[in-house]
Design a protein around this ligand. Structure first.
Ligand SMILES: NC(=O)c1ccc[n+]([C@@H]2O[C@H](COP(=O)([O-])OP(=O)(O)OC[C@H]3O[C@@H](n4cnc5c(N)ncnc54)[C@H](OP(=O)(O)O)[C@@H]3O)[C@@H](O)[C@H]2O)c1
Length: 268
């Protein structure tokens, strides 16, 4: 008798940082084929080959620029053409820039809005519909601990990550009756390529122990997602920070923003 194909786990932003670590760990688990999405074909092929060589995992690499309004529809169509059921959706792709709203490059801001708001939301609409019909599935959306407060200087980033956090919480309630779980992943500072090294002194941040290892973030994220948890803030320091952030008055945050020499002020 022919064995049915493995269901798939789709990971966006899968060729670097947290997404790559999540993809590697999903391959180790071996319960899913992988659909890995990136806009960079070369890096994607490297990760796909590495994962296949290490674990024999069936990998479908899909090259897609997720900062385009039509990308969620295209990605869903591409997955349907592969004939796989996506039982795990990890919407993780993201970008970052420092800079006040009035200084931001509108094109860069638009990319962030598409990548953090439009595309993950519409991916959820399309894939959640399939999961709801099958009455099984796991969705994880990558937000950030910056979603806990309003941070001047990263309004676009924090605002979009706040949207993702509340969107995920509402979607979780909608899908609960169908056996589909939704988890918000909210990392703190993590040692990946997200930050422009000419703006953020990564060596200093590492020396101060501020940056978390992306593998540890991925471990915590997958534990939370597969146990159906609502939210995952990896690392004790970051969990403490989310509590502290709730208590600190906004005027203190504003003062730190104006006085702290280590925070970039006008970077587009
Ligand atoms: N690092 C942190 O401190 C931190 C903290 C909180 C939250 N996060 C969140 O964690 C997620 C992963 O970030 P990371 O830290 O792992 O950084 P990263 O290594 O830079 O990963 C970001 C990923 O997003 C993908 N991406 C960016 N623009 C894209 C586009 N237009 N189309 C398709 N893919 C695109 C990149 O793929 P390409 O290589 O194809 O461009 C890359 O794989 C992001 O959502 C980020 O906001 C990170």
């Amino acid at each position: 008798m022919k064995t049915p194909p493995l269901p798939a786990a789709l990971v966006t932003g899968a060729c670097s940082g947290i997404g790559r670590e999540i993809a590697r760990r999903l391959a180790v688990r071996g319960d899913h084929a992988l659909v890995l999405v990136s806009e960079n074909r070369e890096r994607l092929d490297v990760v796909a080959r590495e994962v296949f060589a290490a674990h024999g995992t069936l990998v479908h690499p899909i090259v897609c620029d997720l900062a385009r309004p039509e990308s969620a529809g295209e990605l869903h169509a591409a997955v349907r053409a592969l004939g796989v059921d996506v039982d795990v959706l990890v919407a993780n792709a993201g970008t970052f820039f420092f800079g006040e709203v009035a200084d931001a490059d509108p094109a860069r801001a638009n990319t962030m809005l598409q990548l953090h708001v439009v595309t993950p939301s519409l991916l959820c609409t399309r894939f959640a519909r399939d999961m709801r019909a099958r009455r099984r599935g796991r969705i994880m959306l990558t937000s950030s601990i910056s979603a806990w407060r309003a941070f001047p200087g990263i309004a676009y980033y924090g605002g979009t990550k706040t949207y993702l956090r509340t969107f995920a919480a509402a979607l979780r309630s909608e899908l609960a009756p169908y056996g589909v779980t939704v988890t918000t992943l909210a990392p703190g500072a993590t040692d990946t390529g997200l930050y422009d090294p000419t703006v953020v002194d990564m060596d200093r941040a590492r020396r101060f122990g501020v940056m978390m290892d992306p593998g540890k973030v991925a471990d915590a994220a997958l534990r939370a997602m597969f146990s159906g948890k609502a939210e995952c803030v990896p690392g004790a320091f970051n969990r403490f920070a989310t509590i502290a952030m709730r208590l600190v008055p906004q005027r203190v945050i504003d003062l730190v923003r104006r006085r702290a020499p280590w925070l970039p002020v006008r970077v587009g």
